[in-house]
Design a protein around this ligand. Structure first.
Ligand SMILES: CC(C)(COP(=O)(O)OP(=O)(O)OC[C@H]1O[C@@H](n2cnc3c(N)ncnc32)[C@H](O)[C@@H]1OP(=O)(O)O)[C@@H](O)C(=O)NCCC(=O)NCCS
Length: 142
C-alpha cells in the first residue's frame, strides 16, 4: 500500500480515499522486493475470478528495467494456475490502462476494447489479453 500511495496518490494525484478498495481484502497481491534489503519496489494486483489486472506500479527510480513487465508475467502465471484449479481452458485478463501506458500493455499482448472512458478523473482504456491455460495438453485430455 505504501508503494501504491507513493505512485498513484503522491505522484499521479489520484485520490487517497479510493486507493484502497473492497477488492484489497480478497485480491491476489504480488510484491516485488529488492534483495538483499527486501525493500518493496513494485506491486500488482489480480482480482479473481474475473481476472482483472489492477494497481500495477513500480517506484520511479526502478522503472525501465523490465520490472513492470516481470510483474505482468508473474501475474499471468498466477492467473493460469488459478484457472487450472477451475478447469478452464483459457482465460481473458482485463485491465483499465491509463492512456500513456497502453503501449506497455500492448507489449504483453493486450488489445484495446471499446472507447476511452473516465476513471477517477483520468482517461482510461479497457484492454484484454487471452491466455491459454495449458497449451501442452491435447484437446481430448481437457
Ligand atoms: C507502467 C509501469 C509499471 C511500467 O514499469 P517499468 O518497470 O518501467 O516497465 P518495463 O521496464 O517493464 O517496460 C517494459 C517495456 O515497456 C516500455 N514501457 C514502459 N513504460 C512505458 C510507457 N509508459 N509507455 C510506453 N512504453 C513503456 C519500456 O520501454 C519497455 O520496453 P523496452 O524494453 O523495449 O525498453 C511504471 O511506469 C509505473 O509504475 N508507472 C506509474 C503507474 C502506472 O501508470 N501504472 C499503470 C496503471 S494502468
Amino acid at each position: 500500500m505504501k508503494i501504491r500511495i507513493a505512485v498513484f496518490v503522491d505522484e499521479q494525484k489520484f485520490p487517497l480515499d479510493t486507493e484502497a478498495d473492497e477488492y484489497d481484502a480478497v485480491a491476489i497481491h504480488l510484491l516485488l522486493r529488492l534483495v538483499p534489503s527486501l525493500e518493496p519496489i513494485g506491486t500488482i494486483r489480480l482480482i479473481t475470478p474475473k481476472y482483472k489486472l489492477t494497481r500495477l506500479c513500480v517506484l520511479p527510480r526502478y522503472r525501465k528495467l523490465r520490472l513492470g513487465d516481470l510483474l505482468v508475467k508473474e501475474l499471468h502465471k498466477y492467473a493460469i494456475q488459478d484457472a487450472r484449479t477451475r478447469s478452464l481452458d483459457q482465460i481473458t485478463i482485463v485491465t483499465h490502462s491509463q492512456i500513456p501506458v497502453k503501449a506497455f500493455y500492448k507489449r504483453s499482448g493486450y488489445v484495446e476494447e471499446g472507447e476511452e472512458f473516465d476513471e477517477e478523473g483520468a482517461p482510461h482504456q479497457k484492454m484484454l489479453v487471452t491466455l491459454q491455460v495449458d497449451e501442452t495438453r491435447k484437446p481430448e485430455e481437457r
